[in-house]
Design a binder for this molecule. Sequence first.
Ligand code: ATP
Ligand code: MG
Length: 294
Amino acid sequence: MQPATPRTGPAGPGPQNDAAAPATAADAAPAISLRDAELAFGDRVLWSGLNLDVAPGEYLAVLGANGTGKTSFLKVLLGLLPLTSGTVSVAGTRPRAAAAHVGYVPQQRGFPARTPLRAKDLVAQGVDGHRWGVRLHPRRVNRRVAELLERVGATEYADAPVGLLSGGEQQRLRVAQALAADPSVMLCDEALLSLDLHHQHVVSELVHEQRERHGSAVVFVTHDVNPIIDHVDRILYLANGSFRIGTPDEVLRSDVLSDLYGTDIEVLRSNGRILVAGRPDSTHHTDSPEEIIP
Ligand SMILES: Nc1ncnc2c1ncn2[C@@H]1O[C@H](COP(=O)(O)OP(=O)(O)OP(=O)(O)O)[C@@H](O)[C@H]1O
Ligand SMILES: [Mg+2]
């Protein structure tokens, strides 16, 4: 059973932010576990007091304005950033030791035009045979790469130099690369950015399928929750050095987000879309107060 009230960060009402995974997966060892986790850069605390278990097969969306620490959260899970305090484990071990179990779609940066890789070489980098205990035979690697390229609709540009591909074409390759090793934890940083509506759907279905078929936990950072809302189990919403955790219905509410932001926020539902209106500036990046973005 989900709780009736939102699980809250330290600034919010209610008990501990002890964010256990949904009951269906509650018995499984968590894919991701954070205890009293804090991340700060100098005096600036991005988040603290974070207690969160993400179960195998659970889909967590991470929302928040620019600079609130979403990418940094993923970097902690990747072992690229140390927590300021508290503990974190991924796939039951230290984040760095879990690398073979993690598929990562990094926040988009274009490949330089002269990158000496073809599209299929990039995807092949993600196929490494650790699941089978030995490296795959080149023919099997080629088969797997072809299958992944097909799944993200990239077959026709398999031989193109990645640096000459469009932003969306590059992005689809990153998703294929992240799926390649059949990860038990998928970390996606704005993975739908630059994609047209059709490919947004294709990629969000692929990520969903990965968790449905293989029980992978998904952490999906996004500025627009709408394309993935049907798949999301829980949301981690970051703002003002604090956060809220809960199901979409628990977190995406005017009262909860107004409390988090400390000002009036309106959550609107229109034609099945969720819009967060009146979001104030984040800590130092600019977002127009009139902006309407989740
Ligand atoms: N290694 C670092 N040292 C100091 N400050 C950092 C470091 N990494 C990130 N920051 C700062 O921490 C804040 C959070 O960065 P992060 O990249 O996590 O934001 P984000 O929520 O992903 O934002 P966006 O929506 O723009 O991608 C930013 O202000 C960033 O400049
Ligand atoms: Mg980011």
